[in-house]
Design a protein around this ligand. Structure first.
Ligand SMILES: [Zn+2]
Ligand SMILES: [Zn+2]
Length: 554
């Protein structure tokens, strides 16, 4: 049609290009990565046709082209030839254009996994030949071609060096995976609570040291913190990969920190093992950060200056899906105590002042307040002391609450309203109340899409699928939020369980030692290592990440 955008576009820019994507074979991913269950890898060829376009709006030319096409594609005839005087076509003919595309060049691009180790490619070829479905033989031939024609060693350019370094590092992650999975299971079987992660910190730091990293133990005044450094070719930026390894009380590694620990450690260990020294200016560090669950270890390390020279930081967290960006909430932690008066609960109850009643009243008031708070805010607590014995009117009760919201300001608003509820409960029962808020406020995560995008591209490079956000689950919190407010940081989630398994549950603890957890550890380690390499090798990417950090509000 005359008004057609495509026609206008072709007239304006006669040389054009078309891409035709041809899938050579779709194979189960576990042929390439034995630990990936369920996903698929496509080997495909994209053919790019560069064409010169000619657009003619002359009805005679349109008619001639129509005749030619019909004669070619309907050789048996029986069509109504297009004629200028045919009342059916007369109006339409004036609207039509004849487009001729002359192919001036034709190129093909392959996605064949040339970066995978030769052994992996051979295994895939073997499977393709055995399966022998349509196109499998062509994919096998094409893949064989990549083995027979290894890319020649060209003089190193920055891009090539980075690409080669990435290939070496991902191969090293695969080599180290068995050892790190063992450590992951050891940590899982030996859950250590915040600030007491002696064994985990010991195993992880020793492993990094064996692979050639320089390890400092007890950094920032925390005995279970460590820092492992892999130096680059000269002075430059420091990129930190964070590793958490603390467990939860009673339910063990129900947050999967054994996977965070080993993925972060494996990223650094693979860089050290594969490259020795990083071929770019700067350095990469693995920082062992204790006490995420309840101790805000990263805040302590920041206060002690451990992150002072860090230009950008990253970590992964296990989840029931892979998302490069997901928000977290800020938290104010509060302790609330009521003080009453003890008395015999049966013979002199009127002489007592019941601190448990005040506590129950506080919970009831908070439940009512919950109707008038914003949907993403959360208030939840436990009674840590409810009394001593049933025949004594409780004189002292204590509780702990987390007040969470997507912004620090709204957390403070919740605290103000919490204090009102506590005061009201004290007045109603005649008790005295104290509300003590923890001076460390957990900040919500500040996004860095520049780094998240690099991380996503690296997941793509290793064929690890990213999931759509489930939309159903709410948000958690992390002391990594405070790091993200101080410097460009990412905290992507990696799948280590099937959909819908909540964190901090006994089911999630089981999944944290499953084959899916190993796949998440390996993918997390690769994507962390590759993203850290991107940031030291490409100063413009780090500059973009810093610019984004400077102009976004938390
Ligand atoms: Zn947790
Ligand atoms: Zn966690």
């Amino acid at each position: 049609m005359r008004a057609d955008e495509q026609v206008a576009d072709l007239k304006a820019r006669a040389p054009c290009a078309f891409e035709v994507d041809e899938v050579l074979a779709v194979i189960p991913s576990h042929w390439v990565h034995p630990e990936y269950a369920g996903s698929a890898t496509a080997y495909h060829r994209t053919v790019i046709f560069e064409c010169a376009a000619t657009v003619a709006e002359d009805p005679a030319v349109v008619m001639a082209q129509q005749q030619r096409l019909l004669a070619k594609h309907q050789p048996e005839g029986q069509y109504r030839p297009l004629k200028a005087d045919d009342p059916l076509y007369r109006g339409a003919l004036n609207q039509l254009a004849a487009i001729t595309l002359r192919i001036t060049a034709c190129r093909a691009k392959f996605k064949l996994g040339q970066n995978r180790p030769v052994a992996a490619r051979k295994r895939v070829i073997e499977e393709l030949r055995r399966r022998d479905r349509p196109n499998d033989a062509r994919a096998a031939d094409a893949l064989q071609w990549t083995i027979d024609h290894p890319s020649p060693q060209e003089p190193p350019m920055a891009g090539d060096t980075l690409d080669q370094a990435k290939t070496k590092v991902t191969d090293a992650v695969d080599r180290l995976a068995d050892d790190l999975e063992k450590i992951s299971h050891q940590i899982h079987a030996t859950p250590e609570l915040c600030f007491h992660e002696e064994q985990a910190a010991g195993w992880l730091s020793a492993f990094l040291e064996r692979q050639g990293a320089r390890v400092e133990r007890g950094v920032g005044g925390l005995p279970t913190a460590f820092r492992a450094t892999i130096e680059g070719s000269g002075p430059g930026p420091t990129i930190a990969i964070m590793a958490e390894y603390d467990a939860l009380p009673n339910i063990g590694h129900a947050c999967g920190h054994n996977v965070i620990a080993t993925a972060g450690t494996e990223a650094g260990a693979a860089i050290a093992a594969a490259l020795g020294k990083i071929p770019f200016a700067g350095r990469i560090q693995v920082i062992g950060t204790p006490a995420e669950e309840g101790g805000a270890g990263k805040v302590r390390l920041m206060e002690a200056g451990v992150f002072e020279d860090v230009a950008a930081a990253m970590m992964i967290h296990g989840r029931c899906g892979t998302q490069v960006w997901r928000p977290t909430l800020g938290i104010i932690k509060v302790k609330c105590e009521f003080f009453g008066k003890a008395s015999h609960a049966s013979s002199w109850p009127w002489s007592g002042v019941n601190a448990l009643n005040a506590m129950i009243q506080l919970f009831v008031s908070l439940d009512q307040m919950r109707q008038q708070i914003k949907p993403d805010a959360r208030i939840h607590g436990i009674i840590t002391k409810g009394g001593d014995q049933a025949n004594i009117i409780p004189e002292h009760t204590a509780s702990e609450f987390y007040l969470r919201a997507p912004s620090k300001d709204y957390c403070k608003e919740l605290l103000r309203r919490f204090e009102g509820c506590a005061q009201g409960a004290a007045t109603a029962t005649g008790c005295r109340v104290t509300v003590t808020s923890d001076p460390t406020i957990h900040d919500p995560l500040k996004a860095n899409f520049t780094m998240a995008e690099l991380f996503g591209k690296n997941l793509e490079r290793i064929d690890f699928p990213v999931d759509p956000d489930d939309g159903e689950a709410g948000y958690g919190s992390t002391d990594c939020g405070n790091v993200s407010q101080a410097l460009p940081t990412i905290h992507p989630y990696i799948r280590i369980s099937p959909d819908g398994i909540p964190g901090h549950s006994r089911e999630f603890a089981e999944w944290a030692k499953s084959p899916l957890a190993r796949a998440g550890m390996v993918a997390g380690a690769k994507a962390l290592a590759l993203t850290a390499l991107d940031l030291v090798a490409q100063p413009e990417q780090l500059r973009r990440a810093k610019e984004e950090f400077a102009k976004t509000r938390g």
